[in-house]
Design a protein around this ligand. Sequence first.
Ligand code: PAF
Length: 284
Amino acid sequence: MKVLKNKKTLVDYVERQREMGKKIGFAPTMGALHEGHLSLYNIAKEQNDEVISSIFVNPTQFNDKKDFEKYPITIENDILQLEQAGCDILFLPSVNEIYPNGTEVNKKYNLGFIETILEGSARPGHFQGVCQVVDRLLKIVKPNILFLGQKDYQQCMVIDKMIELLGLKNNIQLVIGATLRETSGLAMSSRNVRLSDGDKQKATAIYQSLNYIKQHIGNTPIATLLQNTKNSLIQSGFEKVDYVAICNAQTLDPITVFEKEMKLVALIAAFIGGVRLIDNMPLN
Ligand code: PAF
């Protein structure tokens, strides 16, 4: 695997691959890789000739400075894992390489409703920051297929919308990999390394709550499901619940009354041991 830090070198490399008719798959990450990421490379390898990944802890998507400072960095281990997974290129840029004019950026993406709810309202500016970096990365890598993980359900929708806004729908296919879980049910996440063993165990309450919602969605009022879930997360040791929501899976509109025909997804964000975890589960 080649590790490239300079975007011009990567642009030239990609151009050569394209001239040879190669299909390029791209999985952007912020590092601290886990099996969830690795499963994306497996799919990417099957569907592409070249697999490119990036590790870049993007400062513009952190609305909380402390969260940015504490974001786990495990580059050496990440490189080993990427090599084993058969990744061809790792793009490892500096902040200056991605934001040569500084991180105070003016460009705004008109994401509409999707940016106003859930992660969007709990983390103001977060999705604009995600778009800033993914837009720049896509312009450098120009992939045929972009790979993202379903654990960041809303992020997948936001990036899909951004691809549409950029007029790239015909150029880039978005492939979403399933959420991978520990045997305990805890969704794999880079942030899990910041959890103590005790909190890791308690954090499985999110998965249990999502299952509880899935089991009771048709026969318990939505408001009761949401309240019971919040209560049980707090009882399980979560300090704060940012949201528990049951939404239309296509639009993320929160629903208040169950409709059998509508595809639904339950989403949770909550803090344990000072670490903010998110998870989701399609319900039908
Ligand atoms: O999901 C992530 O790791 C990040 O939000 C992404 C997509 C790499 C953009 O920084």
